[in-house]
Design a protein around this ligand. Structure first.
Ligand code: MG
Length: 157
């Protein structure tokens, strides 16, 4: 078994689309970033890479590389999934907590859960999506994501 942990934050900015967990969320502000700013997919990518000691998202997708400008973060998830499979592991389950003042994630959680499960090729029941507001943290203009993932060795064929 392996455990992986990932964390990411992005700042809210007017005029960019908001994407969380591969889902486009209607909101006046989006998350600024070199890629599509999907804070949840970035934290998942780091959790997967960390679980197999394969570095982090910046190792594979340096923000200095113009190729990744505006990139769909599903690409990062796909690469991390390849690394996990290549190391002989598969995902048991994943849990996440988003910290943001708005929009409310509750009504979107099911959609995000389904999309993340689809991107990872696992059951939706193995994907935890939780959200909190940043009470007293002073991070109202940012979205933060924490992710843990559990891997098990793939059965020998
Ligand atoms: Mg990021």
């Amino acid at each position: 078994m392996r455990i992986g942990y990932g964390w990411d934050s992005h700042e809210f900015k007017s005029g960019v689309p908001l994407r969380i967990g591969g889902v486009e969320v209607p909101h006046p502000k989006g998350l600024a970033g070199h890629s599509d700013g999907d804070v949840l997919l970035h934290a998942i990518t780091d959790a997967l890479l960390g679980a197999v000691a394969a570095g982090d998202i910046g190792t594979f997708f340096p923000p200095t590389d113009p190729h990744w400008k505006g990139a769909d973060s599903a690409v990062f998830i796909a690469e991390a999934s390849r690394r996990v499979a290549g190391a002989g592991f598969r995902i048991v389950n994943l849990d996440s907590t988003l910290i943001l003042s708005e929009p409310k994630i509750g009504p979107l959680a099911h959609k995000i859960q389904k999309r993340v499960a689809e991107l990872l090729g696992i059951d939706a029941g193995a994907v935890g999506i939780k959200a909190k507001t940043p009470e007293g943290m002073g991070t109202e203009n940012a979205a933060i994501a924490h992710v843990v993932v559990l891997l098990e060795r793939k059965p020998e064929r």
